[in-house]
Design a protein around this ligand. Structure first.
Ligand code: FAD
Ligand code: NAI
Length: 466
């Protein structure tokens, strides 16, 4: 029987990164993966394919609407959807191959098949009717998450799709109805909107992007509406009639009341994701779940069974690839006897639309609720030189700092490249920096990042360009 120091179940960003870090630390490591390819949700049906389509559809949109005003004259772009899907697939393949390479480079055994925990120290791997059992000193559960479903609305991945189907539609739907104004709804809604679909988003709550700063979300909604998105907030879809050529969605106010019917060609269900633990044998092994079906862990990622740990989407916290990766590194270091740690106060979040939305740390709502006195510094991209010359002036930077100490508690950006810009704020916050520190840091000119410096100056009411 093969024996290892560590067996990681699942090769998403949590699992494969954990395996690499453990191998770096001298452990003999195997990963178990039930999918034909490594990389998990993120590489195969999540982050990567969605970003490829966001990029390609943005280029399509730019060619149609932005080139002419810069004096670049081209004929109206034509959509070749199969080629765009091929571009997406090439991106997936390249990244998946990269993970294969990392496994080989770090001498990590890849065990293809579904993993089941037989108890501390034993994992069974089944594929095509055959099984093998391996021994291991430690197990990390990194089995990720699956789409959340709506009762009574069956996803066929053709007309009623999850994000997976929405990444592979064979033609642009005339009318796309999206259930859920979260990250997936707004990113994939943007893709199909740019490619020509009429997009309506039905959201249960009275706002979009719950969890993001409210002021940013409001402005973002206005921008998306200007792009042609239609929103029905405080509303829920209760059923979808699939009997005819057109889908008929029954919607009603979230609090109940008169219903109406919305016609659509495709319905995207994007109401969140749920932890995935099917077939892992957790109950029999004595690994406890919390009340939301997530693997229960202590602050050191240890489950209720000694020698079994869990990370990523399958445990509590934001369902983000970089959160899973950082937990993967931390748990490998803890298993190796080091002091692995993740700072959950500084995990950036990005919505990769145009403009992008990014955020790190506390929102204004969270600070109010916690009773923390804060000062706000804001700076609009309309006053940023680089944005002006590029004529991409939508959005603003907002910095929240502790009113007493000036320590930066949260940074929120809406604007082009916001996802790249957020990291200087993250570094500052990791070091417990103040708005003053940020304001006194020289920023290259002309860059969009100067808006961050100006927002930091605005915390002290001394922005220069406003
Ligand atoms: P996963 O990536 O879900 O990987 C789990 C792996 O475990 C899978 O490969 C699965 O097959 C395998 N597995 C499960 N059970 C078993 C078993 N019993 N035996 C063997 N293998 C098993 N996050 C971001 O940070 N940025 C983004 O831009 C982003 N975009 C997204 C877009 C979409 C459309 C979706 C759906 C998600 C997106 N996410 C994004 C979220 C991100 O994909 C997840 O947070 C991330 O993949 C979680 O990593 P993980 O390692 O915990 O699990
Ligand atoms: P989400 O949690 O971001 O949004 C789901 C939305 O659906 C919420 O606004 C919620 O209020 C709404 N909702 C729930 N039930 C509803 C109902 N019955 N009717 C109408 N609305 C309803 O989840 P989403 O967008 O599905 O994404 C899943 C996960 O994937 C997220 O946790 C996110 O972190 C991750 N992800 C991250 C991305 C990124 O980092 N750029 C991109 C895509 C996904």
């Amino acid at each position: 029987m093969a024996s290892y120091d560590l067996v990681v179940i699942g090769t998403g960003p949590g699992g494969y990164v954990c395996a690499v870090r453990a191998a770096q630390l001298g452990m003999k490591v195997a990963v178990v993966e039930k999918n034909p390819t490594l990389g998990g949700t993120c590489l195969n049906v999540g982050c990567m394919p969605s970003k490829a389509l966001l990029h390609a559809s943005e280029m399509f949109e730019e060619a149609a609407h932005s080139f002419a005003k810069m004096g670049v004259s081209v004929s109206a772009p034509k959509l070749d959807l199969p080629s765009m899907m091929n571009f997406k697939q090439q991106g997936i393949d390249g990244n998946v191959k990269g993970v294969d390479f990392l496994m080989k480079k770090n001498k990590i055994d890849v065990l293809k098949g579904a993993g089941k925990i037989l108890g501390a120290g034993k994992v069974e791997v089944s594929a095509n009717g055959s099984t093998q059992t391996v021994e291991t000193k430690n197990i990390v559960i990194a089995t990720g998450s699956d789409i959340a479903r709506l009762k009574g609305i069956e996803i066929d991945e053709k007309r009623i799709v999850s994000s997976t189907g929405a990444l592979s539609l064979e033609k642009v739907p005339e009318r796309l109805l999206i259930i859920g104004a979260g990250v997936i709804g707004l990113e994939l809604g943007s893709v199909w909107k740019r490619l020509g679909a009429e997009v309506m988003v039905v959201e249960f709550l009275d706002r979009i992007l719950p969890g993001m700063d409210g002021e940013i979300a409001k402005q973002f909604q206005r921008i998306l509406e200007k792009q042609g998105f239609a929103f029905k907030l405080g509303t829920k879809v209760t059923a979808v009639d699939t009997s005819g050529k057109t889908l008929l969605a029954k919607v009603e106010p979230a609090a109940g009341g008169a219903s109406e019917t919305i016609e659509a060609d495709v319905v995207l269900v994007a109401i969140g994701r749920v932890p995935f633990t099917d077939g892992l044998g957790l109950k029999e092994a004595g690994v406890a779940l919390d009340n939301r079906g997530r693997v229960q862990i202590d602050p050191h990622f240890a489950t209720t069974v000694k020698g079994i740990y869990a990370i990523g989407d399958v445990v509590a916290g934001p369902m983000l690839a970089h959160k899973a990766e950082d937990e993967g590194v931390a748990v490998a270091e803890i298993i190796a006897g080091q002091a692995g740690h993740v700072n959950y106060d500084v995990i950036p979040g990005v919505v990769y639309t145009t403009p992008e939305v990014s955020s790190v740390g506390k929102t204004e709502e969270e600070l109010k609720q916690a009773g923390i006195a804060y000062t706000v510094g804001k700076f609009p991209f309309t006053a940023n030189g680089r944005s002006k010359v590029n004529q991409t002036t939508e959005g603003f930077v907002k910095i929240l700092a502790d009113a007493k100490t000036d320590r930066v508690l949260g940074v929120h950006i809406i604007g082009r490249e916001a996802g790249e810009m957020i990291h200087e704020a993250a570094v500052l916050m990791e070091f417990g920096g103040s708005a003053e520190d940020l304001a006194r840091t020289c920023h290259a000119h002309p860059t969009r990042s100067e808006a961050i410096k100006e927002a930091a100056l605005a915390v002290g009411k001394r922005a220069i360009h406003m």
